[in-house]
Design a protein around this ligand. Sequence first.
Ligand SMILES: C[S@@+](CC[C@H](N)C(=O)[O-])C[C@H]1O[C@@H](n2cnc3c(N)ncnc32)[C@H](O)[C@@H]1O
Length: 268
Amino acid sequence: MPLLRDEALSSAFDHGSLAYDRLTALSPGYHAHLRRSARRLRLPHGGAGLRLLDLGCGTGSSTAALLAAAPYAEITAVDSSAGMLERAAAKPWPAGVSFVHAPVERLAEEGVTSGLYDAAFAAYLLRNVGDRDRVLAAVHERLAPGGRLALHEYALGGRAADRMAWKALCTAVVLPLGRLSGDAALYRHLHDSVAQFDTAPALGDRLRRAGFADVRVLPLPGVQTGLTCTVVGRTPSVPLVADVPVAVPVAVPAAAAPHPASRSKGRP
Ligand SMILES: C[S@@+](CC[C@H](N)C(=O)[O-])C[C@H]1O[C@@H](n2cnc3c(N)ncnc32)[C@H](O)[C@@H]1O
């Protein structure tokens, strides 16, 4: 079955929003793991003075996790599903949290975000987008130098046992619950998209190729080990080489250059 993408995915999530919070409440560690991934951004001073993005915020669970890690930050939460976003926005939020209806692929074109951000959180988003490298490039562009990114994702550990555990979990729990809630196509998409997605190490490599530095792939505990992970990275803190004036080696006139023997004088 082809994966759901773009409009088809948004409308599946629109309908899926009705049962989404009830179903995720059944997933062991769902909220605790989101909070752990958000903390892995290591945002200083409770996020005071920082501008953050929550990309693919859904019904706001990842936004709440980001807020717990950075209660004083300004958070812009973005999602392409009107139904998911409506549920998120209906929850109580402090004044610094705002919601934007847009696909992450068109953040810049739609003018929904301005300026640079200090960090971005994307929980269960990247697997759902068609052109992942393009989305990562766009996120990189929106982050200030040294800006941080945390992906929280279903990305299998790479062992055959992880793949078997995912298949068993879906057969026993995910697909039956999806059928019961009237969202069979969405939960079939969840199964297939995880099976076809990067393994956790490959996701780390994808971030490195996108220009993120200090990339680390971190496991999540309990039954999620080998199924979900956090991948963190940051944009280089100095401008990229292309933006820095290249240091041209200066030829030293022979008369001014110290004699090789004199260079070692006085040194041990
Ligand atoms: C599995 S939900 C996760 C929601 C939330 N981050 C959480 O952790 O509970 C994935 C969300 O990503 C959104 N999404 C998928 N593709 C998107 C895109 N291209 N742009 C913006 N949002 C997208 C979906 O509408 C959905 O709300």
